[in-house]
Write a protein that binds this ligand. Structure first.
Ligand SMILES: *[C@@H]1O[C@H](CO)[C@@H](O)[C@H](O)[C@H]1NC(C)=O
Ligand SMILES: *[C@@H]1O[C@H](CO)[C@@H](O)[C@H](O)[C@H]1NC(C)=O
Ligand SMILES: *[C@@H]1O[C@H](CO)[C@@H](O)[C@H](O)[C@H]1NC(C)=O
Ligand SMILES: *[C@@H]1O[C@H](CO)[C@@H](O)[C@H](O)[C@H]1NC(C)=O
Ligand SMILES: *[C@@H]1O[C@H](CO)[C@@H](O)[C@H](O)[C@H]1NC(C)=O
Ligand SMILES: *[C@@H]1O[C@H](CO)[C@@H](O)[C@H](O)[C@H]1NC(C)=O
Ligand SMILES: *[C@@H]1O[C@H](CO)[C@@H](O)[C@H](O)[C@H]1NC(C)=O
Ligand SMILES: *[C@@H]1O[C@H](CO)[C@@H](O)[C@H](O)[C@H]1NC(C)=O
Ligand SMILES: *[C@@H]1O[C@H](CO)[C@@H](O)[C@H](O)[C@H]1NC(C)=O
Ligand SMILES: *[C@@H]1O[C@H](CO)[C@@H](O)[C@H](O)[C@H]1NC(C)=O
Ligand SMILES: *[C@@H]1O[C@H](CO)[C@@H](O)[C@H](O)[C@H]1NC(C)=O
Ligand SMILES: *[C@@H]1O[C@H](CO)[C@@H](O)[C@H](O)[C@H]1NC(C)=O
Length: 828
């Protein structure tokens, strides 16, 4: 093959083919060597066809760059760029080749615009090889004594690939950095970077190379994690290493299962992100800072960041985007500019927009203040202090102190009204930008009211009242798509007496009780975090609205106004299941028959969600809090479809699904697609709790039973006293066969390997007694994963005892389960 490559006839044939087919893989080779060149649509491909290198252009740009991307991933994902700041416009007359022992990019005028820039012997044996790990390596010498002159791993762009190092080299004194792209269309170095701080071995994210807004905390050699990244303990799919000695300090990682494509990048959003490819898209696995508004100066000068609005950035009143085209591509860093110049200071003309009036101040409440304030005397004179300083743009009061801001202010954030830390911020504006308080005019009108005016005012009032009435009747809103109502926010505010009676606070937001004018009782859920705009929200909600089943809570309607998103449900008079099975007092005791019926009803509801409705829906948050009971104790699954509304990111799952810990299936952290089997796992965990009457995550009162599922399995398998498993409050009043059945199916459900878990359909059949499960698999020794507050996140079988000891007859549930396993993924 190598001989053939050197054969000129072969080369000519290849060249001809290339011209003829215009194929992208022209060299078909993994290297550029000797006299070879790369130009136009030609690319080189790593030996295992993992990475590809050649010219590319960002979608809406007209400029070309030499870049590296994944060969097999359908979504073009650039992981490295050579000439970040020096693009070319004609890729056919530009060329990448070896020149004087370096890999050099020449532009249209054959002028060198990028080079590996190493001093070398200029030997002709230099080659640039693209390796399967995404490293482009410049080598010199014969096969046996290759010397590495330069490698792209030492010069990362914004992506950090598995196997490469990110750190400091004490010999070259070079500190590597990941630097974000300037915008999604421009790979030039942007404002956000990640680098190692060698003083305390922590990684820091910096804005414009100076202002730090996130740190990993120092590396802790004992716990092998960075102090402020406790989730590193969940090293389920990655192996991390930190090396620190006098020669070098670096952090590196690898993916345990190397069939997973994973990358780590400094994103244009100012967040570092870890993503895994799931076959149809990049799945966000982890990111920091979690909140967009924690990114320093994300919205630029005079921008206002609001975590609850979409987009996150807005200009402060009186300002407008400095560059609308940048804002359109979500690049807010350019910030905002004044619509009307300030009046005062050196401008003694009336050219400022204030018609000669002095500048005024706009009052913004519940703000997180920008960082760079100056202390300026007493609070009483604060406003005039600011007015008298030409460069003062804003002030705020801090007890008895006056804080002023000089020049552009960055990093202003709107907090929610009930956030206790919010402060009031006064922004200086030209007087004409502020709505004039019409006090004086009011007095004049008052004096001038004549009888004619009086009558017309009276008429207006009548019309107003009628309109209001009419509006009130119309208010519940028009019917949209099916039977859903679009409610008015004010209407729901009235119905819930201004959200005064809280029923509960779930993972997605708080729920309030309300009463409609016709005395129907409703439950109103205020969504706290959602990732979608209005249109998508309506689409999603109307899908949820079409799903109706006796074991699912019915969605009656919704409200979507501004940044507010509410869902209106039927009210369930017996509350949620947790209050009945984990109760303190023995009233409300659910007897065994009722528990069994609740288990069966819940299974039917989930079966319907997974397999019977038009689009398969994975609930993602099955736990007793989400099983509601109506007046007849019929179970109704709540909150289905919401996981989609809040987005599919794992980091969101962890932050938004509070109280979910203990029910999450291990694949949540494995970076693979979530299937309906994740719900099966959670359902299994919950079944054990039906039996024991306590949370699996708690030890028994006498401390003897640490993990109930394991104990239950051993009692069933050893033919022990099944009734001893039962919630003591039930005083052994239960059907032994039913308890056995529930424990068996629960054991099937909580297996690590999702393919072994039954489907919801099989579970329904088992609980109905139609099919039977013999001996369950024993939950093996389980690892407990905890988060930074030491709360249990989930359990998984420890990998040390991986060998299966299923003594059971797997022919029923397991084999069928395999055949029905599909990668339905409602989250994508
Ligand atoms: C490269 O070109 C030079 C002169 O043009 C020639 O001597 C040399 O053999 C060529 N090398 C290869 C690998 O083709
Ligand atoms: C490219 O521009 C078009 C039209 O302006 C826009 O719809 C599209 O979202 C842009 N694509 C990217 C990746 O910015
Ligand atoms: C090539 O690069 C040089 C140096 O940067 C520049 O002066 C020249 O205009 C470029 N040629 C073209 C065609 O862009
Ligand atoms: C190339 O390296 C030399 C020193 O080795 C340095 O002076 C020069 O600035 C470098 N050029 C570029 C473009 O990095
Ligand atoms: C380099 O290795 C290839 C096979 O990997 C071999 O065909 C070739 O002859 C070697 N060249 C030298 C100079 O050793
Ligand atoms: C970043 O810092 C440089 C000086 O280091 C400064 O000139 C530039 O204006 C800063 N960029 C922004 C957006 O503030
Ligand atoms: C606040 O601003 C100063 C510079 O004025 C900067 O050094 C510091 O890092 C900033 N802090 C944060 C948290 O942005
Ligand atoms: C530093 O650590 C690296 C990686 O473990 C090792 O290759 C190197 O020899 C070490 N250097 C010293 C001086 O210990
Ligand atoms: C670099 O090496 C020198 C001595 O070789 C040592 O004193 C210094 O602490 C090292 N610096 C770092 C950041 O490790
Ligand atoms: C994955 O790793 C194993 C063991 O390290 C190796 O044998 C295999 O070739 C690797 N597969 C890929 C696709 O890199
Ligand atoms: C003074 O007025 C000019 C022109 O109206 C304007 O460009 C400038 O920004 C103003 N100066 C100040 C300090 O507002
Ligand atoms: C203010 O206006 C007067 C007269 O129009 C002019 O002479 C003076 O230079 C102006 N002052 C400033 C600071 O622009």
């Amino acid at each position: 093959m190598d001989m053939m490559k050197d054969d000129p006839r072969f080369m000519l044939a290849v060249l001809f083919l290339c011209l003829f087919l215009k194929t992208h893989i022209c060299h078909g080779a993994d290297r550029i060597s000797g006299n070879q060149t790369l130009t136009g649509d030609q690319t080189i491909v790593s030996a295992g066809e993992i990475f590809e290198l050649g010219f590319f252009k960002p979608v809406n740009s007209s400029k070309y760059y030499i870049g590296m991307w994944y060969k097999r991933i359908s979504e073009r994902t650039i992981v490295w760029v050579a000439n970040r700041e020096t693009p070319v416009s004609d890729r056919f007359s530009s060329v990448l080749r070896i020149s004087d022992g370096n890999l050099v990019l020449f532009n249209e005028s054959q002028i060198q615009i990028w080079s590996t820039n190493v001093s070398s012997s200029g030997s002709s044996s230099v080659q640039a090889v693209l390796e399967d790990n995404g490293n482009l390596v410049l080598k010199e010498g014969s096969n046996n004594s290759r010397r590495i002159l330069w490698e792209s791993f030492d010069h990362p762009a914004h992506t950090w690939l598995p196997g490469s190092k990110l750190g400091y080299n004490n010999i070259t004194k070079k500190n590597q950095r990941l630097i974000s792209w300037r915008t999604s269309e421009d790979p030039a170095p942007g404002l956000f970077s990640l680098e190692l701080d060698t003083s305390d071995n922590s990684y820091k994210i910096l804005w414009n190379g100076s202002v730090q807004y996130w740190t990993s905390g120092p590396w802790n050699e004992n716990t092998k994690i960075f102090d402020r990244v406790p989730e590193m303990r969940l090293n389920y799919i990655y192996d991390f290493h930190f090396v620190s000695n006098n020669t070098e300090k670096y952090f590196t990682y690898s993916v345990k299962d190397n069939s997973t494509t994973s990358r780590f990048l400094m994103d244009v959003s100012g967040q570092i992100k870890q993503q895994n490819w799931l076959g149809n898209g990049w799945n966000l696995f982890w990111s920091q800072p979690r909140q967009q508004c924690e990114v320093y100066a994300y919205c630029g000068a005079y921008g206002n960041c609001n975590e609850e609005s979409l987009p996150f950035c807005n200009c402060v009143t009186g300002f407008e985007p400095k560059s609308q085209s940048n804002w359109d591509i979500e690049d807010y860093s350019v910030g905002c500019r004044r619509k009307t110049p300030l009046q005062s200071c050196g401008n003694n003309s009336t050219s400022g927009g204030g018609n000669g009036e002095r500048d005024k101040f706009l009052q913004l409440t519940s703000m997180s203040l920008p960082n760079q304030s100056l202390s300026a005397g007493s609070a009483a004179q604060c406003e005039s202090t600011c007015l008298n300083n030409c460069s003062c743009t804003a002030y705020s009061l801090d007890d008895n102190d006056c804080l002023i801001w000089i020049g552009d202010f960055l990093d202003l954030e709107q907090l929610s009204e009930d956030d206790g830390t919010g402060r009031t911020f006064y922004v200086r504006l030209a007087a004409s930008e502020l709505p004039n308080p019409k006090k004086k005019n009011g007095v004049i009108i008052g004096v001038a009211v004549g009888s004619a005016v009086g009558i017309s005012v009276f008429l207006c009032l009548i019309v107003f009242v009628i309109l209001r009435r009419r509006k009130k009747i119309v208010k519940p809103g028009k019917t949209v798509e099916g039977s859903l109502m679009a409610y008015d926010y004010r209407y729901l505010q009235n119905a819930t007496k201004n959200f005064s009676e809280k029923l509960g606070g779930g993972g997605f937001g708080s729920v309030f009780k309300g009463t409609l004018p016709d005395q129907t009782v409703i439950a109103v859920k205020q969504l706290e975090s959602f990732s979608q705009g209005e249109k998508q929200f309506r689409t999603e909600v109307s899908t949820i609205g079409t799903i109706q089943h006796v074991n699912l809570v019915r969605l009656r309607g919704f409200c979507s106004e501004g940044a507010k998103r509410l869902l209106v449900y039927d009210y369930m008079s017996n509350g949620s299941l947790d209050s009945h099975i984990f109760r303190e007092k023995t009233s409300n005791l659910l007897d065994w028959k009722t528990r069994y019926q609740i288990a069966l009803g819940t299974a039917r509801g989930l079966y319907y969600l997974h397999e019977k409705c038009r689009d398969c829906i994975i609930h993602c948050d099955i736990k007793p809090e989400n099983i509601l009971l109506d007046s007849q104790f019929i179970p109704k699954v709540a909150d289905f479809g919401l996981a989609k509304l809040v987005g599919r990111d794992f980091s969101r799952v962890l932050t938004t699904m509070r109280g979910t810990r203990g029910y999450l299936a291990p694949e949540w952290i494995s970076g693979v697609a979530i299937t309906a089997k994740a719900d099966v796992f959670s359902f299994g965990m919950m079944l054990f709790e039906f039996v024991s009457g306590r949370r699996n995550s708690e030890q028994s009162e006498d401390g003897k039973v640490k993990f109930f599922p394991r104990w239950a399995a051993s009692v069933i398998i050893d033919g022990g006293d099944v009734l001893s498993l039962l919630d003591p409050s039930l005083e052994r009043n239960a059907d032994v066969e039913e308890i056995t059945r529930v424990c068996r199916v629960a054991c099937w459900c909580i297996q690590d390997d999702e393919n072994r878990r039954p489907t919801m359909g099989q579970i329904v059949q088992i609980l109905e007694g139609v099919i039977d499960v013999n001996l369950p698999p024993v939950p093996r020794s389980l690892q407990v994963f905890v988060d930074d507050q030491e709360n249990v996140i989930f359990y998984t079988e420890s990998s040390s005892s991986q060998s299966s000891q299923t003594r059971s007859n797997t022919s029923t549930a397991s084999s069928q389960a395999k055949s029905t396993t599909s990668s339905k993924n409602s989250l994508s």
